[in-house]
Design a protein around this ligand. Structure first.
Ligand code: BES
Ligand code: MN
Ligand code: MN
Length: 464
């Protein structure tokens, strides 16, 4: 068959199906699959079931695989002799929605405004996952055999650290055997500039609880005579990072791989306007470790962030107390080669040295995942490059991103496969924030890029 003709008819059929593609995304987004909130347990199952039904309807072999937490959805197309095998990984769970009053329309009432679809999960990650689901299901439903085998592994616990998948992956390794994992759970570089991501930061998250007096005390009667847990917390948190953004934990930078001159040069050529970037997020100026650009700080430097603080009186008006307890949730972003376990050990040493006297504390580590780098020279990268250029009308740039997908390095180690991070989102998509959105045009471009990617990969031979 003339390959141009078949590409044209493929694009025509995607075009014809576009209204249904959008309608189905809206349906899926209505299901509030918040993985961190146990009151949403049944909703998470419903979202998995919705996806499994979608796969089954198109004729894929499907299984909803239970875990100790939320289930995974596995689905696959028939094997193709001699052609590469691809695993599409993604997640159908979403982040919590508060502060609810800041949403213009309800997080689970998907709404179209100015070419964008607003809902929790629109860009992270249901909308992006569905681009691959649609391209594959359309092909099967329309009797167009795919040139490669595709196995979907869509989980419900990415936003809570993917621990069950990590535990189960060795047992799934044979079933998930593949040449390359494709993940769309990141972004384009900017509006109009698509990207392929070859690196992600890792993460280490913690909760620190500080206990002082056995109950809240009158700050007049007792103030000055006891350590205030909220002050102890402020001191100890600010001791973790200096005013230049350098992290103070012992040995923290020992394993950090410095940026190569080549990488720094390549990134400096990317079209970023730091002032406009600052404005777009509502700050007067950017801040970070001195000596680095914003992209370098976001993508390749380790950082510390406080994610939430709780202590004392939060209600209306004044209440003059010394709170009995104070606590904080915080996280470090790690770069490749840093080990989350080492960070925990170093944090423990630091806390022991810097905790003010007169309080007790408990540190609870939560998620840990290392940073990742993908092979930028792989033949899969070249194929993705072509598919994205054809679908988005512009050559993608190579970038890293600062977010984390905890399971990716485990895929590289356990499945011994290449990895393609193909993000369709935009940096103003409000992932994890109120008014999350996905640009509808990017959803359709993502579906196109996905369909073209399978064709490009079909031109490659499976690994010898
Ligand atoms: N899709 C993101 C990861 C991401 C964000 C990749 C930005 C590239 C750019 C993912 O869903 C996510 O939010 N991961 C969490 C992991 C954590 C909960 C263990 C993260 O990065 O905070
Ligand atoms: Mn995600
Ligand atoms: Mn996320």
């Amino acid at each position: 068959m003339n390959s141009n003709m078949s590409t044209n008819s493929l694009l025509e059929s995607l075009e014809k199906n576009a209204p249904r593609h959008l309608e189905e995304l809206i349906q899926w987004l209505r299901i509030p699959s918040v993985s961190s909130d146990s009151t949403h347990k049944d909703d998470v199952i419903e979202a998995a079931t919705w996806l499994a039904d979608k796969f089954r309807g198109a004729g894929l072999a499907v299984e909803i695989l239970p875990t100790e937490g939320h289930p995974m959805v596995l689905a696959e197309t028939p094997p193709v002799d001699g052609a590469p095998v691809v695993v599409v990984y993604g997640h159908y769970d979403v982040q919590p929605v508060e502060p609810l009053d800041q949403w213009i329309t309800g997080p689970f009432e998907p709404t179209v405004r100015q070419g964008n679809l607003y809902a929790r999960g629109a860009t992270d990650d249901k909308g992006q996952v569905l681009t691959h689901v649609q391209s594959v299901c359309d092909a099967l439903a329309e009797g167009r055999p795919l040139p490669i085998q595709i196995k979907f592994l869509i989980e419900g616990e990415e936003e809570v650290g993917s621990e069950n998948l990590e535990r189960m992956l060795p047992d799934l390794a044979e079933r998930m055997a593949c040449d390359c994992v494709v993940i769309s759970d990141s972004g384009q570089y900017s509006d109009g500039q698509p990207a392929i991501t070859y690196g992600l930061r890792g993460i280490a998250t913690y909760e620190l609880k500080i206990d002082g007096p056995s109950q809240d005390l009158h700050s007049g009667s007792f103030g000055g005579a006891v350590m205030n847990p909220a002050i102890a917390l402020s001191h100890v948190l600010s001791s973790i990072v200096d005013s230049n953004g350098r992290i103070q934990l012992p040995g923290y930078y020992d394993d950090v791989v410095e940026l190569s001159d080549q990488e720094r040069k390549a990134w400096q050529a990317l079209p970023i306007d730091e002032a406009a970037f600052a404005k777009s997020i509502g700050v007067d100026e950017l801040f970070g470790e001195s000596g680095f650009t914003a992209d370098e700080r976001r993508w390749a430097r380790p950082t510390f962030d406080v994610n939430g603080i709780t202590a004392g009186h939060q209600g209306e008006g004044v209440k003059t107390i010394i709170p009995a307890t104070a606590s904080a949730k915080f996280s470090f972003r790690l770069v490749p080669n840093q080990d989350p376990k080492k960070v925990t050990a170093s944090l423990e040493t630091h806390l022991a040295q810097h905790m003010p006297p007169g309080v007790r504390y408990t540190l609870t580590p939560d998620h840990g995942a290392p940073g990742m780098l993908a092979d930028t020279q792989s033949r899969f990268m070249a194929a993705a490059n072509h598919a994205i250029e054809a679908a988005f009308g512009k050559k993608p740039v190579l970038i890293r991103e600062g977010g984390s997908i905890p399971i990716v390095t485990r895929f590289q180690e356990v499945l011994q496969c290449d990895c393609l991070l193909l993000g369709w989102g935009l940096s103003d998509d409000n992932a994890h924030s109120p008014n999350e959105k996905f640009r509808i045009a990017d959803y359709h471009r993502g579906i196109r890029a996905s369909a073209l990617l399978w064709d490009e990969l079909g031109k490659l031979k499976s690994a010898p």
